[in-house]
Design a protein around this ligand. Sequence first.
Ligand code: 7XF
Length: 398
Amino acid sequence: MMKNKDLGLATKAIHAGTKRDLQYGSLVMPIYQTSTFMFDSCEQGGKRFAGEEQGHIYTRLGNPTTDVLEARVAALEGTEACVFFSSGMGAISSVFWTICKSGSHIVADKTLYGCTFSFLKHGMTRYGVDVDFVDLSDTKNLEKALKKETAAVVFETPANPNLKVIDIKKIADISHAFNKNIKVVCDNTFATPVLQQPIALGCDVVVHSATKFLNGHGDVIAGCVCGTKEFLTEVRLFGLKDMTGAVLGPFEAFLIMRGLKTLDIRMERHCLNALKLVEYLQTNKKVEKIYFPGLKEHPNHEIVKKQMKTFGSMIAFEVSGGRQAGAKLLDNMKLCSLSVSLGDAETLVQHPASMTHSTYDAESLALADISEGLVRVSVGLENIEDIIADFEQSFKKI
Ligand code: 7XF
């Protein structure tokens, strides 16, 4: 096997971390559907628990199928290590349980997926962790918010649901110049490592909802964390093992590896389809405003060009007539599905204020720049003409 660093991303998504099956020569990594592993002796079991001997113990601590998936995604994000979880929220919460203690301070961007926002605002604060939500797309706000207790800076870019973009390198540089121990955490779910690699830009930790593009087929809930071996060992042995127990099942690991094989080509088609849908929306008089990183009018388009390969397949827009008109549009879609989640083969449409971001109250929604009428689209892999035709027929009904 060639060294990972010599391989292209599409190749890594198929091959990185592969272990040769010495028993049968299976091409595909088998599913080790087992909760526990046998030891030859008490002495051996003791050594494994003490970390003195390599080998599996119990699937909450690691599983051969999941090991390969973790090595593969670490290669995609360009990190030493990766740990998988049973959901994106399992991954995110395990990271903060690992980083923070009572008295710690977190600087979070003010636009986050609804449950990440809720975990930080209503969860961590119960345990004596102080969280400031600021607009990190203006880095002056970070400079003002950092303090000696700051343990982490966290953001999504592009952000869910309004596609706001944050300058990853600037945020990492400012945070580390203030205190090199601050963990800069980037949620890379919307971009995927195909479009953007936050670690190369200076971040310490990447998190994903692998439920989305990484798996890509709408049939798994999963999450992962990528970073240094040292940090990921802590996340695995404390955040995952003791605090959340949010362990991924081996079958899900198998499905995600199956999905990853086409990540690179799926992203290509997702992105092309999104560009064409945006072109159509721009010509539609009932569309008031479009949020898409690929538009020149996007407030951070210059940063997008610097840190993203292409623009992704998430679009948000406002319909003239506001919330009611938006709801009517969504209710009348025939091919596109009225569903939360994203990154699937199917085009999914939803209304953030009442669905994915319903954990925000009206005031927090306004503060986070999530308008009441915003419609979010995850552009799928269908023929774009069919997606556009579906929007066209539904727009005619409002
Ligand atoms: O625990 P999950 O696998 O659902 O992942 C949580 C999560 C973390 N980060 C980002 C940027 C996410 O978008 C998500 C999940 N978002 C879905 C959505 O926005 O449609 C959840 C559906 S309620």
